[in-house]
Design a binder for this molecule. Structure first.
Ligand SMILES: Cc1cc2nc3c(=O)[nH]c(=O)nc-3n(C[C@H](O)[C@H](O)[C@H](O)COP(=O)(O)OP(=O)(O)OC[C@H]3O[C@@H](n4cnc5c(N)ncnc54)[C@H](O)[C@@H]3O)c2cc1C
Ligand code: FES
Length: 269
């Protein structure tokens, strides 16, 4: 399905620091986001268009709605470099230039009951929107389990949002400061072996996604991953985001158009 995308100047509604280097931002957007799907993203630029020169991609973390109308979007981001650090300084009432919604999101089938979601660090950003849409489409979320991993307890975000939606949460950290001391994929594999889910959705660092893809392959489970390759344009023009097409040797797919969500059978990471 081809969706409309919009470029607009949007107002910052809030921009709160929620951890050592994590921020939660609300933006009022006027067009098009009512039909957005979890996993889709926006490209953000500062109105001065000088630093950074290029837009930066961010997943839609959640929709802001008033009644039946979608009036904005939320972003959840980690300050890692010039662009995100500048974003972190934005205040309520500032303006940003936003292009979206872009890309292809997660596919959700109403028949899905047992759903595993694996999120590593800031990879949790699109998963709150995913949980919102799962609740609309399948209602009861008691069969949904989130595997939330981070380097330490400071990298675990949104746990309570998932718990209050009725989703069970398994926490892992690399340093053992919260939950199990292991990688999130270790905990995921134990549960996949116990009861095969209908689908695995995942977002996080590339090594984690490779491991999730291997688990899905080994246990013959459908799996969709959202990949965070570098993106300069977000609309298929620069070829900066291409990933190898697993089904067609020597061919590539644009992460910004055919992704960022891919079935693990489609691409070679
Ligand atoms: C589709 C998509 C959705 C994304 N969603 C989110 C989100 O919801 N929240 C969020 O915090 N980030 C998200 N990202 C990553 C985000 O776009 C980058 O962190 C951001 O562009 C970095 O910009 P910067 O100017 O701050 O850092 P830069 O100065 O460009 O880079 C600083 C450091 O971060 C590294 N870096 C840059 N981009 C990435 C990346 N994509 N993945 C890993 N490391 C990177 C660079 O290698 C460098 O070491 C997403 C990326 C994509 C492609
Ligand atoms: S980001 Fe430019 S082609 Fe995908």
């Amino acid at each position: 399905m081809v969706m409309d995308m919009y470029q607009e100047t949007v107002r910052v509604l809030w921009n709160k620091q929620i951890g050592t280097s994590y921020f939660h931002m609300g933006l009022s957007c006027y067009h098009g986001y009512g039909a957005a799907m979890p996993g889709q993203f926006v490209m953000v630029r500062f109105p001065d268009q000088i630093t950074p020169l290029l837009r930066r991609p961010f997943s839609i973390h959640r929709l802001i709605t008033e009644g039946d109308t979608t009036t904005g979007i939320e972003l959840l981001y980690k300050a890692v470099g010039d662009g995100t650090r500048k974003l972190s300084l934005c205040k309520k009432g500032d303006f940003l230039d936003v292009l979206g919604p872009l890309g292809k999101g997660f596919s959700i089938e109403e028949r899905f009951r047992r759903i595993f979601i694996a999120a590593g660090g800031i990879g949790v950003a699109p998963m709150v929107f995913l949980a919102d849409v799962l609740r609309q489409k399948i209602g009861d979320l008691s069969g949904v389990r989130l595997f939330l991993g981070g380097r330490s307890k400071d990298d675990l975000l949104c746990k309570d949002v998932f718990l209050s939606a009725g989703i069970s949460v398994c926490i892992t950290t690399d340093d053992g400061s919260a939950g199990e001391r292991c990688q999130v994929t270790g905990a995921l594999e134990i549960d996949v072996k116990r009861i095969k889910p209908d689908i695995i959705y995942a977002c996080g660092p590339v090594d984690m996604l490779k491991c999730v893809a291997d688990i899905a392959d080994t246990h013959q489970v459908g799996c969709e991953i959202s990949i965070e390759t570098a993106m300069a344009c977000g609309i298929g023009a620069c070829l900066g985001c291409v990933v190898e097409n697993r089904r067609s040797a020597g061919k590539y797919l644009h992460a910004c158009i055919e992704g960022p969500v891919f079935n693990t059978g489609e691409i070679r990471l």
